[in-house]
Design a binder for this molecule. Structure first.
Ligand code: ADP
Ligand code: MG
Length: 256
């Protein structure tokens, strides 16, 4: 059975999608069977995996609304060597359309049940909001990976996310836990980065992943080539870090 992880943080631009796509590719390189689910109407994870969001006939939207089977909607990322449950702007409508449906928070969870045994990891790239879409991600998941930049405002907003996760745990998904905080876009030359990083370790202990993802331009360039950074420039520091993070996650699920 796959272990299912949400990459979540309600802030935009903190590295969720970069993490989801590159962790997927890193895990695939470690011979793990991976499905990347794009839960953001921006469709950035879909594009980053090399799939053209504009030409898709069906997306995760149809899956959530119960109009299509998840098995017929998923596509293969040729560049990343993993499967993708793609999204595009159509998904924005689901937020409203799901409200009156039965089990509105568990539609993704229920859809994933039929394919979970085909994968080792399912990664869900969440939108930058604590919305019904994100709730669907949290209800489907065993754990949450929270990417964060080591900057002054890093912890601001974290308590909202932690409270949401606690509520989901209490009311909807007792399985859910925070797997860890991932330090991303890290710049070791900045004293502030090092200070915030040390503070995170102090406060959150082993909930902070050992792997640190550096700021690396190759990771930012890769999406415009429709490739995960891990595949675009495997020797780059960013790619190496995400492969190391993949190895850390493979280790981590052994005790789950
Ligand atoms: P989110 O999904 O949280 O909105 P993204 O993953 O899209 O965040 O990242 C925001 C921007 O930062 C993107 O332009 C992305 O290419 C860039 N970025 C993310 N991680 C890194 C990194 N480690 N090094 C350099 N640029 C990065
Ligand atoms: Mg994103």
């Amino acid at each position: 059975m796959a272990k299912i992880f949400c990459v979540a943080n309600q802030k935009g631009g903190v590295g969720k999608t970069t993490t989801a796509v590159n962790l997927a590719a890193g895990l695939a390189q470690l011979n793990q069977r991976v499905l990347l689910a794009d839960l953001d109407p921006q469709g950035n994870a879909t594009m980053g995996a090399g799939i053209n969001k504009a030409t898709l006939k069906e997306t995760i939207y149809e899956v959530l609304l119960g109009m299509s089977d998840i098995k017929s909607v998923r596509v293969v990322s040729e560049t990343g060597n993993f499967d993708v449950l793609p999204a595009n702007r159509e998904l924005a409508g689901a937020e409203v359309e799901m409200v009156d449906l039965e089990n509105r928070e568990k539609r993704l969870k229920n859809a994933m049940a039929s394919i979970a045994d085909e994968y080792d990891f399912i990664l869900i790239d969440c939108p930058p909001a604590l919305s019904l879409l994100t709730l669907n991600g949290l209800c489907a998941a065993n754990g949450v990976i929270i990417p964060m930049q080591c900057e002054y405002y890093a912890l601001e907003g974290l308590s909202d996310l932690v409270n949401t996760i606690k509520k989901v745990h209490a009311n909807l998904n007792t399985d859910l836990k925070i797997i860890g905080l991932l330090r991303v876009m890290f710049d070791p030359r900045m004293t502030l980065s090092q200070q915030v990083s040390a503070e995170l370790e102090q406060h959150f202990g082993d909930k902070v992943f050992k792997t640190v993802i550096p700021r690396n331009v190759r990771l930012a360039e890769a999406p415009s080539y429709g490739m995960p950074g891990v595949c675009f420039d495997p020797a780059s520091k960013g790619a190496q870090a995400y492969i190391a993070f993949g190895a850390e996650m493979v280790e981590r699920i052994k005790s789950m």
